[in-house]
Ligand binder design. Structure first.
Ligand code: AMP
Length: 212
């Protein structure tokens, strides 16, 4: 099954996708993680996109599409995959269709703006394994240290107030129209992300996958 996670920044796409990976075995393809890795490795793509990402802007469609095409053609994606962060606009959704990788299921996580802003301001990532923590809702046992691998945690460069505002605007203008787009195609399922803990959101996601 090809699944798309659709949610505002801080909406829980990455966290829920991670749980789906464990339960159903589909690989998670996060364009944000792929781009952050390019930046970390100082590649041409990383150098070209670092500033745009830091400012909360979308990077050019062709860059992300090439990443998606390469990653989805790998062996582990044969039975399906979870797209986390792609498509971000209608043009990208059409690119998926042109490449014969249209989703069978789109999970929309609905979350109120106030919650998203608080979540983003508390979000911390592990520098090595990418595990997601939150100083309000999911604190690491030892401050600044990843529970999973012991490496340092950090705050994303684009998790600052100005970039978050920009990312929320982009979500409303460019990404939210995908809700209607996929509703018309009959593949959209809405779940609520308005919880302080992860299990109730994950439970709803598992339910819609099992019913699809
Ligand atoms: P995320 O980790 O999904 O919040 O993505 C972080 C940032 O990476 C976004 O704010 C964009 O700058 C960039 N990005 C991720 N996915 C895409 C995409 N599909 N199209 C364009 N830019 C993207």
């Amino acid at each position: 099954m090809k699944i798309v996670m659709l949610a505002p920044p801080g909406g829980g796409k990455g966290t829920v996708a991670e749980k789906i990976v464990k339960e159903f075995g589909y690989p998670q393809i996060s364009t944000g993680d792929l781009l952050r890795d390019e930046i970390k490795r100082k590649t041409e793509i990383g150098k070209k996109t670092e500033k745009m990402i830091q400012e909360g802007k979308l990077v050019p469609d062709d860059i992300v599409l090439n990443m998606i095409r390469a990653r989805t053609s790998e062996k582990d994606c044969k039975k399906g995959f979870i797209l986390d962060g792609f498509p971000r606009n209608i043009a990208q959704a059409k690119m998926l269709e042109e490449n014969n990788i249209s989703p069978d299921l789109v999970i929309q996580i609905k979350v109120k703006d106030e919650r998203v802003i608080k979540r983003i301001s508390g979000r911390r990532l592990c520098r090595d394994c990418g595990e997601i923590f939150n100083i309000f809702f999911k604190k690491p046992k030892k401050e600044g240290v990843c529970d999973k691998c012991g490496s340092e945690t950090y705050q994303r460069a684009d998790d600052n107030e100005e970039s978050v505002k920009k990312r929320l605007d982009i979500y409303r203008e460019s990404t939210a129209p995908l809700v209607e787009y996929y509703k018309k195609k009959g593949v959209l399922k809405e779940i609520s992300g308005d919880y302080d803990t992860i299990p109730p959101v994950v439970e709803q996601a598992f339910k819609v996958i099992r019913e699809s």
